[in-house]
Design a protein around this ligand. Sequence first.
Ligand code: COA
Length: 148
Amino acid sequence: MITVRRVEVEETYALRAKVLRNGGPPEAARVPGDDDPEVATYAALDADGGVIGCVGLFPEPCPDLPDHPGRGWRIRGMATEDGRRGQGIGAKVLGAALEHVVEHGGGLVWCNARTPAARFYERAGFQVVGEPWDDPEIGPHVRMWRAV
Ligand SMILES: CC(C)(COP(=O)(O)OP(=O)(O)OC[C@H]1O[C@@H](n2cnc3c(N)ncnc32)[C@H](O)[C@@H]1OP(=O)(O)O)[C@@H](O)C(=O)NCCC(=O)NCCS
């Protein structure tokens, strides 16, 4: 059985590093602002308590939509364990993050999406804003957002 709940960000570093930092050490997964008490991290845990999915929510305005009413929340560190993808785990974890935003008054949720993940975000109601760009280390990206 899989459960989704809020966790300490450190609990997700190993998965984040493995999936998003090319298998680097857990410290490589740290991002600025992780220790902000307003940052919220959600994870999917398997029956043994292992973290198999994660996402972080950071209070931060969307650079492309500065006049949008409501608070801006940036999604970072969205990852599902390789081998467990395509089973709805990412959707559940992202859903918990969107619920967190609802509980905190709603607003605008956005992310710099890796192009291969754009369809995943589209299915969760996100749309593209601005022009795509290429991150020399990570690859092509597109910014996506949705109101919550
Ligand atoms: C993007 C990601 C978090 C989605 O998690 P997930 O648990 O597979 O999500 P779900 O099962 O809810 O949805 C699957 C959808 O994700 C997308 N997807 C992207 N990469 C995928 C992959 N390698 N395997 C399966 N689905 C993938 C597909 O659009 C798929 O939709 P489909 O079922 O219509 O084909 C996950 O694929 C992942 O960790 N990818 C690598 C890291 C990454 O790109 N993170 C996002 C950074 S912005």
